[in-house]
Design a protein around this ligand. Structure first.
Ligand code: F6P
Length: 475
């Protein structure tokens, strides 16, 4: 069987659907986030199995253990299989080790990382549970593709527990820190050994893959080939590669062009009046630079008062990890900042920041991307960030401008056609808004066409194809 026909088992912390129970009836709704945007279309068209947590605490008998999704639009659809987590497991494995230890550390927020032995013990326990759930399904003929930092120990657990020759791939969606930062983690060796259970480990950028190779060499003392990007480990060769993840360009491009989108656009035509609209969308997370951006917006109106009443910032913050202290504190701070700035600059008819704290359906988002004059993507650190790619795919009139952080993985591909900023530099960000507003339409068109070409050529199918082909070549 060619590797392209092999069954794909995708494994991630969360399945790509949110489940709710309304009057006893369970409803499934596709969730937001980079990983889902990236992998759902691939599994829909190729078929397979996705294993993950359903996002609920405990084992509710109304939620089935397996369901089939994504069969619409002549697609094959695929199965979802659920891993259950108790309250204590969510607290320690998900909120704890995943999101209070690894998440801040990997994004360079070392002082915000909490290293706690209980968190780690639960992380080991749940990674083993995921491994067992995979082993119930794996015959040795599938490709097992594990995703993201919540599951770093699963590859090793699989390798140790199975006598079969499993084909295991891993992709890290967030940055991989450099040696000096990574070695701070008390369980640095365990995480590296966990990942080295794979045949191929993928990262978003060449820099991330270099960091991983260097950590393997310096922390584990194993042989590493930096040129061919391989780690020699326990009589196996582990491939290491940097492939930037993408989105389904055609899907977003088509939504932006369809009639429903235009109807929605008509209904919001009055939004902002004649003002230029600047959009930002992200999960509410301290890595996304929301606070810093709001301060830069305030500086922009202060430094360039002629733009007051002429520009509206649409800030869409999607609620995320709402039980974690750092996220609760950040929400409070952002609420306060938005209030202060609106209080300072608004008049009876205009407010500088229009702030939404909720997720919007894709259709509305696509319409807003099409409609907005500027999109600001200014994370302090981000593995990739797909918002700039979504914006470009939906900006079918070629009149938008992307302001992009140099610390987003997406910068490597998109810097040529974006206005690049250091999100920590408030003056630079404020000036970049003015620069974007002043660009001639021919320049905007050239930049947006450039961005769209990049996303069109390197869409999600290319990414998955390249990753799987690369595995085929090195295996
Ligand atoms: O991109 C990083 C990531 O943690 C993904 O693994 C996940 O899909 C997304 O962000 C949302 O995070 P969470 O599952 O913690 O809400």
């Amino acid at each position: 069987m060619g590797f392209n026909e092999k069954k794909l088992i995708v494994v991630s912390n969360r399945v790509p659907y949110n489940m709710t129970k309304i009057r006893g009836e369970v409803k499934y709704k596709k969730s937001v986030g980079g990983l889902v945007t990236a992998l759902d279309p691939i599994l829909c068209s190729r078929g397979g199995l996705w294993i993950g947590w359903n996002g609920h605490v405990g084992h509710d008998r109304d939620f089935k253990d397996k369901i089939v999704v994504g069969k619409d639009c002549n697609k094959k659809g695929y199965s979802l299989k659920f891993v259950n987590l108790s309250t204590n497991e969510v607290k320690n494995y998900y909120h704890g080790f995943s999101n209070r230890s690894l998440w801040p550390l990997f994004h360079g927020f070392i002082s915000q990382s909490h290293f706690n032995k209980d968190y780690y013990n639960f992380y080991v326990k749940i990674n083993n549970r995921f491994a067992n759930s995979i082993l119930e399904e794996a015959t040795g003929r599938e490709l097992i593709w594990i995703h993201d930092y919540q599951l770093c120990l699963v590859p090793k657990a699989l390798r140790e527990r199975s006598k079969k020759d499993l084909k295991i791939l891993f992709f890290l969606h967030i940055p991989f820190p450099n040696f000096e930062a990574f070695r701070v983690l008390p369980w640095d060796k365990e995480i590296l050994r966990g990942l080295l259970g794979c045949d191929l480990v993928g990262f978003q950028t060449a820099r991330d893959s270099f960091n991983f190779l260097e950590c393997c060499k310096k922390i584990l003392g194993v042989d590493v080939d930096f040129k061919d990007k391989k780690v020699f480990y326990e009589n196996r060769k582990v491939g290491v590669v940097g492939f930037p993840i993408s989105i389904d360009f055609d899907h977003f491009n088509n939504i932006a062009k369809n009639k429903k989108t235009d109807r929605y656009l008509k209904s919001i035509r009055s939004f902002g009046g004649d003002a230029k609209v600047v959009i930002s969308v992200e999960r509410l997370d301290y890595t996304k630079g929301i606070k810093e951006r709001i301060l830069a917006i305030s500086r922009f109106f202060e430094k360039y008062p002629e733009y007051q009443k002429k520009v509206v910032f649409l800030q869409i913050s999607v609620p995320s990890r709402t039980k974690i202290k750092e996220y609760i504190d950040l929400k409070r701070e952002i609420d306060g900042l938005v209030g202060n700035i609106n209080g300072r600059f608004a008049n009876e008819l205009w407010s500088p920041i229009h702030y939404l704290y909720k997720a919007l359906p894709q259709q509305k988002l696509a319409a807003l991307y099409k409609f907005s004059d500027i999109c600001m993507v200014t994370p302090l650190r981000d593995g990739m960030n797909l918002i700039g790619k979504e914006y470009a795919s939906c900006n079918v009139n070629l009149d938008g401008v992307l302001i992009l952080s140099e610390f987003a993985g997406a910068a490597d591909e998109m810097e040529k056609y974006s206005i690049m900023v250091n999100p920590y530099d408030m003056e630079e960000v404020a000036d970049s808004i003015r620069r974007a507003l002043g660009l001639h339409s021919s320049t905007r068109k050239k930049m947006m066409s450039g961005l769209r070409d990049i996303v069109r050529k390197n869409d999600i199918y290319q990414w998955a194809g390249k990753f799987l082909n690369y595995y085929n070549d090195v295996s």
